[in-house]
Design a protein around this ligand. Structure first.
Ligand code: NOJ
Length: 479
């Protein structure tokens, strides 16, 4: 299974590389930059949606599951990208958005019965705030996200058939699998009953205040979800399916009966504190199936999430845990979030996390020859070109990590360490990360093979906000 320890690089197509000067990234642009990904050493790239879309949610509102939005190029461009990726040993993953289409998908007009309707709204909430119901022609349709994203009814066999066809369409064009969007929302209570009030038991992942008041047992994650997932699996055969399951890992069944892996949201949302990180890793690795991710187009970049001083340690952790890891474009150069709206799920709220990739020190960072749809964030200082040949750069460290992770043992053993230090063993290698702002003793011994900065590990002491990997562990037979 090629993906077992793969690093998947998330490309946000709008913001990776523009080839035609319109200020928005596109498929030929991605193809132009494939050498960067091959040089870095990732195994695959995941494209956030490139389907035709009115872009109310930048492509997560799909108007045709079997096409490419002209903004991003054409099907020929897509085929060319997949072929060029293959030549470089890179696989391509698509983003499947099965729970909802765009309100502008012809299905919504032609097959209203493929969607979910009610005479009156119930108390279900949209993930983006407010009611999950909007009125249309005297009744109400369900949208678990924006009103422009009506939920599809996966209990309707015609919907399942149409989605299976779409899944096969891209597999036939050479994709290696899918990241599957918002899959915990696939099936809801068939009677559309209200979510009951919260019992006070924590959900286990961050929720809005309004969501916290409800038990969220009927608006998502219905008991027959597995049947629909089985249909997805049937369509893709043994290609990769990684689920965006917004549930704590203890509730990953039935998702992992049918999908290969699920994003580990407990770690993504953990504070940068050794003890908290350890608890999240322990909880998530109790069963197989975690796909690690610390940053993306919804939650922001390592530098901003964990602080510039911790971003390299965060990359070190992300890339030394066992199992597939998802690396968001820009994190390899320590790009931070840029300006954008303040409220995360307002229209512009997530722009902060989506500023273009920076390739060189020019004003638009080499992303476009035109006016970029969002400005560069300090491109003069933070860009690929400046870091490529600097062995001390974040980019060099990430590249070294990608080489190193190929020789790490399969197992993960968490090691007791001083407060503020997260430590674990991967076979013959040991990792320690100091999340605190003071020096800390580290349970490492043996040769240093990687540090977040030169001299981070002196003797047996880790500098503040730093991490290291050694061959051997103090007190171990190998150490
Ligand atoms: C999760 C995606 O990552 C996000 O960007 C999108 O808005 C929602 N799902 C709805 O599709």
């Amino acid at each position: 299974m090629w993906w077992q320890d793969a690093v998947v690089y998330q490309v946000y197509p709008r913001s990776f590389q523009d080839s035609d000067g319109d200020g928005v990234g596109d498929l030929p642009g991605i193809e132009q930059r494939l050498d960067h990904l091959a040089w870095l050493g990732v195994d695959a790239l995941w494209l956030s949606p490139v389907y035709p879309s009115p872009m109310h949610d930048f492509g997560y509102d799909v108007a045709d599951y079997e096409g490419i939005d002209p903004l991003f190029g054409s099907l020929e461009d897509f085929d060319s990208l997949v072929a060029a990726a293959r030549e470089r040993g890179l696989r391509v993953l698509m983003d499947l958005v099965p729970c909802h289409s765009s309100i502008e998908h012809p299905w919504f007009r032609e097959h209203p019965d493929w969607y979910i309707w009610r005479a009156e709204p119930n108390n279900w909430l949209s993930a983006f705030g407010g009611s999950a119901w909007s009125p249309l022609d005297g009744r109400w349709y369900l949208h678990s996200f924006y009103p422009e994203q009506p939920d599809l009814d996966w209990r309707n066999p015609e919907v399942v058939g149409a989605m299976q066809e779409a899944l096969r369409f891209w597999i036939d064009r050479g994709v290696a699998g899918y990241r599957v969007d918002a899959i915990d929302r696939l099936l809801k209570d068939p009677e559309l009953r209200d979510d009951p009030p919260s019992t006070g038991e924590p959900f286990g992942l961050p929720l809005s205040d309004a969501e916290k008041r409800l038990a969220l047992t009927r608006s998502r994650n219905a008991p027959d979800t597995g049947a629909a997932l089985a249909k997805m699996r049937e369509a893709v055969d043994d290609h990769l399916l990684v689920g965006e399951v917004y549930l704590p890992s203890a509730r990953w069944q039935p998702y992992l009966q049918h999908l290969d892996a699920a994003f580990a949201f407990e770690l993504l949302h953990a504070d940068w504190d050794a003890a908290v990180l350890r608890r999240a890793i322990e909880a998530t690795t109790r069963r197989p199936g975690a796909a690690w991710v610390l940053s993306n187009h919804d939650f922001g970049r390592l530098v901003t999430r964990f602080g510039a001083e911790n971003a390299r340690s965060a990359a070190l952790m992300l890339l030394t845990l066992p199992g597939p890891a998802f690396l968001y474009q820009g994190d390899e150069i320590g790009l931070g979030d840029g300006p954008g709206g303040e409220r995360q799920f307002d229209r512009a709220g997530r722009d902060r996390f989506r500023h273009p990739m920076q390739w060189d020190a020019s004003p638009a960072g080499g992303f476009t020859t035109g006016e970029p749809w969002l400005p560069a964030v300090d491109a003069e200082r933070i860009n690929v070109e400046a870091q490529r040949d600097d062995p001390r750069s974040t980019l060099s460290m990430v590249r070294d990590l990608l080489t190193l992770r190929r020789v790490l043992g399969n197992e993960l053993e968490l090691i007791d360490a001083a407060p503020g230090v997260l430590s674990y063993r991967r076979g013959e290698h040991a990792v320690a990360i100091n999340t605190s702002s003071g020096k800390r003793p580290a349970p490492l011994d043996g040769d240093v093979v990687l540090e977040t900065s030169p001299g981070a590990l002196r003797g047996r002491e880790l500098a503040a906000h730093s991490g290291a990997v050694t061959m051997g562990l103090r007190g171990s037979p190998k150490g």
